[in-house]
Design a protein around this ligand. Structure first.
Ligand code: NBP
Length: 479
């Protein structure tokens, strides 16, 4: 055997990852794909690469040095289980199976447990950055055991993106921790994209600027605190002209947003954990709303305000929108990190939140300058209960909040949907509130369901005899 690493599944992602691995000093890469043509094609297209092609799982295993290490890059779901089952047959205790696909973290927890019984290590690794990242350097979020990390760490470090001299990979935590963090990464990505889309829409409707002119605004923003890959590509997309019609491309693209489901997973998981990720949820729902043409077709005549948005001071308005975007973005990331914190507590993972911010600085879709500020916040206070209360963010929110309120109010008055801007502001004000009307909710719950309540002035659990004489009694704690 000569290969130190193998890849199973040679569609776009797997081929690119195999080429990335082969391009790094010291790696020889065993490759296998269910339909053998793909293996042959990859070898033929890249004679420069140190590939060891295999036409069966047996041949694949025989070509790997021990501990055998293989990365699976197949369609998430049943295909992953099929490949794991096949690899277990030909691998031995101590070998390492890595799933680099977009698995649901609970599947990864299940698989890790099952594979561990054979003595083989199973690592679920979130890999972000799409095709380009897989080829040139992704951000990698591996879970799995400490033992497998010893072998896997150097290999993954060799292919990961590099940000400020550091490889964008860290051992996130055990079993499903890596896929969990990758899931939340995608949820944050949904929120960030929706916020950018709302900013674009408000500027367009408020100022009448063309998409190309708004591209200049985003390009300018990309030189400041909003600097990020998503802002950068937004400028590129807005500048694009459709060859067929001569119109801005953004005006001829159907306005129905697709989704592959990772945003929904993030929200479903947050609901189970009881974590308010309202920005991510609104972003996910905004895509759903856009994708119901039959509902939108019958809703166009619903009454709205007589006047649209009309802005007097264009520059001041654009600066307001920039600040609203920045503040909402801080909220979205804070909520995402809150979900990781809650997931770690629930599943008993020890996750270094600052290290997560650092490995997202390169290779992935949400890469941004801003992540350095998050890493710094957790460096100073690793147990920070709410990210946005770190001094840097408090200062930024203080600078932004008046503008943020103006933008949300103007959008509402003009009938322009800004779900992520406004829900982020409500979350922010909810956190700030000294008292919340949750006390009334508790009263209502006690009224119709005898769900009991606590008091602010004494210990214990109480119930009011609503259908009796309405005196208060001490009650059993029903929670
Ligand atoms: P696909 O998701 O399109 O999967 C195709 C691959 O799965 C082919 O190699 C195919 O083999 C193999 N496969 C299937 Br389908 N069923 C199989 C089975 N029963 N046994 C063995 N192999 C099977 O490939 P992709 O687009 O390259 O994505 C790979 C993974 O990476 C997915 O989990 C995806 O979600 C993830 N992904 C991540 C990103 C990102 O940005 N992180 C982007 C895109 C994809 P065949 O050639 O014989 O049909």
């Amino acid at each position: 055997p000569t290969a130190n690493i193998g890849v199973v599944g040679l569609a776009v992602m797997g081929s690119n990852l195999a080429r990335n691995l082969a391009s790094r000093e010291g790696n020889t890469v065993a490759i296998y794909n269910r339909s053998h043509e793909k293996t042959e094609q990859l070898v033929a297209a890249h004679p420069e690469a140190e590939f060891v092609p295999a036409s069966s799982y047996e041949e694949f295993a025989a070509s790997l040095t021990t501990p055998r290490t293989a990365i699976i890059m197949v369609k998430a779901g049943r295909a992953t289980d099929a490949v794991i089952d096949a690899l277990i047959e030909v691998f031995e205790p101590g070998d390492i199976i890595v799933d680099g696909g977009n698995a649901l973290f609970t599947d990864t927890i299940r698989r890790e447990k099952a594979v561990r019984e054979t003595g083989i290590n199973f690592v679920g690794a979130g890999i972000s950055g799409g095709e380009e990242g897989a080829l040139n350097g992704p951000s990698i979020m591996p879970g799995g055991s400490d033992e497998s990390w010893v072998t896997l760490g150097p290999i993954l470090r060799s292919i990961a993106a590099v940000a400020e001299g550091e490889p964008c990979v860290t051992h996130v935590g055990h079993d499903g921790a890596g896929h969990f963090v990758k899931m939340v990464h995608n949820g944050i990505e949904y929120a960030d994209m929706q916020l950018i889309a709302e900013a674009y829409d408000l500027i367009r409707r408020g100022t009448g600027k063309t998409p190309a002119e708004i591209a200049d605004v985003f390009a300018e923003w990309n030189r400041g605190e909003l600097e990020s890959y998503l802002i950068e590509i937004t400028a590129e997309v807005l500048r694009q002209v459709d060859a067929a019609t001569g119109k801005p491309l953004v005006d001829v693209i159907l306005d129905q947003a697709g989704a592959k489901g990772t945003g929904a997973w993030t929200v479903q998981t947050a609901l189970s954990l009881g974590v308010p990720v309202s920005g991510i949820a609104e972003a996910t729902f905004a895509r759903s709303l856009s994708s119901h043409p039959e509902q939108r077709a019958v809703s166009g005549d619903l009454p709205g305000p007589a006047e649209g948005l009309s802005v007097d001071d264009v520059d001041a308005f654009i600066e307001d929108v920039r600040l609203a975007l920045y503040a909402s973005k801080i909220v979205a990331y804070s909520q995402g990190f809150d979900e990781i914190r809650a997931g770690a507590a629930e599943y008993d993972w020890s996750i270094d939140l600052g290290a997560i911010a650092k490995i997202w600085r390169g290779g992935c879709i949400i890469r941004a300058q801003f992540l350095n500020r998050i890493a710094e916040a957790y460096d100073v206070e690793p147990g920070l209960p709410v990210l946005l209360t770190a001094p840097y963010f408090v200062e930024a929110l203080g600078r932004a909040q008046a503008a943020w309120r103006r933008v949300v109010a103007e959008a509402a008055a003009a009938g322009i949907p800004a779900p992520a801007f406004s829900s982020s502001l409500s979350y922010y004000d909810g956190l700030r509130a000294e008292r919340l009307p949750a006390s009334l909710i508790q009263g209502q719950r006690d009224f119709f369901g005898a769900h009991t309540y606590k008091r602010i002035d004494k210990e214990g659990t109480f119930h009011t005899l609503w259908s009796g004489d309405r005196t208060e009694i001490e009650a059993e704690d029903t929670h």
